[in-house]
Design a protein around this ligand. Structure first.
Ligand SMILES: [Zn+2]
Ligand SMILES: [Zn+2]
Length: 66
């Protein structure tokens, strides 16, 4: 017997997440540093910073002493 691929009891198909996250590192939009928090737009996506947009690594936390 095959089981249908559907979820019971809850509607998971429409996430109500209006808060965006960086598709690269997953950082929540309020924490983005590019463009004064608006994010860095690239390829119709918005990233937290230019580093994530270009795939060179997130630089949002770079300010920390390390
Ligand atoms: Zn990011
Ligand atoms: Zn970043």
């Amino acid at each position: 017997m095959k089981y249908p691929n559907e979820t019971k009891g809850s509607e998971v198909e429409e996430p109500e997440t209006e808060e965006r996250t960086c598709p690269s590192c997953g950082m929540a939009e309020p924490e983005w540093t590019a463009n004064q928090g608006r994010g860095f737009a690239r390829d119709e996506q918005s990233y937290c910073c230019q580093g994530c947009a270009e795939g060179t690594g997130c630089t949002c936390k770079e300010d920390q002493d390390e």
